[in-house]
Design a protein around this ligand. Sequence first.
Ligand SMILES: *Cc1c(COP(=O)(O)O)cnc(C)c1O
Length: 404
Amino acid sequence: MENVCKGRVIINAEDFRDINPGDRILMGPGPSDVHARTLQAMAAPCIGHLDPYFLAIMNEAQQLLRHLFQTENQLTIPVSGTGSAGMETCFVNLVEPGDEVAVCVNGVFGTRMADIVQRIGGKLIRIDAEWGTAIDPQALKHAIKDRDPKVIAVVHAETSTGVCQPLEELARITHDAGALFLVDCVTSLAGMPVAIDEMKIDAAYSGTQKCISGPPGLSPLTFSPAAVKALEERKTPVFSWYLDMSMVRDYWGSERKYHHTAPINMIYGLREALRLIAEEGLEERFARHRLNHRALVAGIEAMGLSMLVPESIRLPMLNAVQIPQGVDDLKVRKTLLAHYGIEIGGGLGQFAGKVWRIGLMGQSCRRKNVFLLLAALETVLRAEGYQAKPGALAAATALYDQTC
Ligand SMILES: *Cc1c(COP(=O)(O)O)cnc(C)c1O
């Protein structure tokens, strides 16, 4: 296909086909299925990033984001980049070299936060909890007893394990210590309550491809007035030029000062995904996530499989299921994709090969997907020699019936 002749690279354009991935049902840890309306919005003509029509779309996207985050924060924007860019934005803007930062770690994404803090010269205070469990507020309290952290960071929905972190107590400890409360809401936002102002969160970021159900590429972010003040009182410039919110906010604010070219069509897509969320209603959307999660768990347990995380701290949108002994993790996932078009996730880090991560995020979180996944998984497991108990679909049906 590739032919190098005297320093010139020659290709044959006909060798490249149209993009057509075929039918997929995205039930992994993200991306999730994207609504046709969102894809259609992205196909609208690309216009200039200072075009008055686009500026109005930006304002609407911000309004819709404030609704989703339940915040009045002025500085609420989508960062150009995936969820990790939002994570990095929070730390590079709020932390200066030598600042103490407490990071709660109980999975891959807490680990990533701790990594970023160290890369930017923050003094890391690390609070670890066993993967698959939540952070104990007392452990945080103890860890910062004689310290002076500027920021205390935690992951709300740890996608690597399926644990939902209760935030109330951590928020109280953080504010008692005079620190800023930074929360990773990548997987929780749009799938369960994330009320920024009510929960007294100072900085939060998310990602478009989890429960918002947009394509990956933007990271919704919000800073409280206290976080903005910390940014304005910095003694050193923000280390990253691209992610410097003191400049980016002048483009999203009334000045419309050019910083970097906004990803126009991505923002069309985000606005449409957020409009779909507003049409559904936040409470209705959260209830849908809870219901489908409970039906999935009922089916999984009826089959004889076990959930990794105790019920009280289980996330609705990310279901970690223990892989039974002797079952080939990769083979099951490959067969689900090849025969049924269903993508589920494998384990990350210390859970690699030990759990499957079944996502019920946004557009993917539907009753028909719960039934399809349960039926397909049961069939694949039987073919693998695992004697799945019968009755998974009946258990899911009973759950739906009982809650109607
Ligand atoms: C997916 C995820 C991220 C990273 O987002 P990317 O879009 O992959 O960069 C960060 N935190 C959590 C909790 C996530 O689930």
